[in-house]
Ligand binder design. Structure first.
Ligand code: AMP
Length: 289
């Protein structure tokens, strides 16, 4: 495995892999790697001959007051995990390497970024789409992998790639969970023992929502009320949103008669946690790819 923080070095390594006719898979991350990230790396390894992973805690996607400074950066561990996972190239640039001068250019996707996390993290998605565009231009992968865990992000990136004719295939992979259902996240480390126990209420609420739809409930309002009760009863928290939205437009849906993304963001102690499920109008899981 080659490890570098330098863009020029990445370009050299990638062009020699290409010259050997290799298909390049790419997994962008912010590090503190867990099984969720590793599942993306594994999917890339199954499709491609060369797997590049980036680790970059991107300052421009954090809103002032968020956890940019505290975000875990266990780089030695991450290098070891990547090596064991069979990664070919680990790119871990500094902020100066990625943003050497004032950046006058931004990539912004309209509409899909306005609801859900867009309502609470102003500028977040613009930071994501800008850095992902830069990373795509640096790595120039054939396929790039994203987790359904961040469903809105994945849909936004898919749309960006389509709208801007980026010659990259985007694959979305399912959410990997802890045994009690909590979606794996680098931010779970912020939780103390009691909060960690409490946090499994998020997936319980999502499963309950799915069950309600299976039993014939079609009104989002009723489902959201029940989810909110489950989460509030589990312990102290601050609910940013619990929403049921159209999987294509990310607009709120009042009556469930097509596939929906049921998504939530809840602060438990120091951690802002997000999770979601995607189901059709009968409550059957829908796999987005
Ligand atoms: P992050 O390092 O949190 O920015 O995530 C990097 C990539 O890993 C994103 O595409 C995430 O959606 C994905 N990811 C994060 N957590 C999970 C998970 N529990 N299951 C599957 N993918 C995940």
């Amino acid at each position: 495995m080659q490890v570098t923080g330098k863009i020029l070095e990445v370009r050299k390594i990638i062009s020699s892999a290409r010259a050997e006719g290799k298909r390049i898979g790419f997994v962008p991350t912010m590090g503190a790697l867990h099984e969720g990230h590793l599942s993306l790396i594994k999917a890339a390894g199954a499709d491609c001959d060369f797997v590049a992973v980036s680790i970059f805690v991107n300052p421009i996607q954090f809103v002032p007051g968020e956890d940019y400074e505290q975000y875990p950066r266990p780089i030695e561990d991450d290098i070891e995990k990547s090596r064991r996972a069979g990664v070919s190239l680990l790119f871990n640039p500094s902020v100066d390497e990625m943003y050497p001068q004032e950046q006058l250019t931004r990539v912004y996707v309209k509409k899909l970024t306005e609801n859900l996390c867009g309502r609470f993290r102003e500028g977040h998605f613009e930071g994501v789409t800008t850095v992902v565009t830069k990373l795509f231009n640096i790595v120039q992968p054939d396929i790039s992998y994203f987790g359904q865990k961040d469903a809105q992000q994945a849909l936004v990136i898919k749309r960006m790639v389509a709208d801007l004719n980026m010659p990259i295939e985007i694959k979305i992979r399912p959410t990997i969970r802890e045994r009690d259902g909590l979606a794996m996240s680098s931010r779970n480390q912020y939780l103390n023992e009691a909060q960690r126990k409490q946090a499994c209420c998020l997936y319980q609420a999502l499963c309950d929502a799915r069950e309600m739809i299976r039993s014939g409930e079609k009104k989002s309002e009723h489902i959201i009320k029940r989810m909110s009760d489950i989460i509030k009863n589990a312990g102290p928290c601050e609910i940013d949103y619990i929403s049921i939205v159209d999987t294509e437009t990310i607009e709120d849906v009042e009556q469930i008669n097509k596939p929906v993304l049921i998504a939530l963001a809840v602060k438990i102690g120091p951690a802002r946690l997000i999770d979601n499920v995607i189901v059709d109008s009968n409550g059957n899981d829908v796999i987005i790819t």
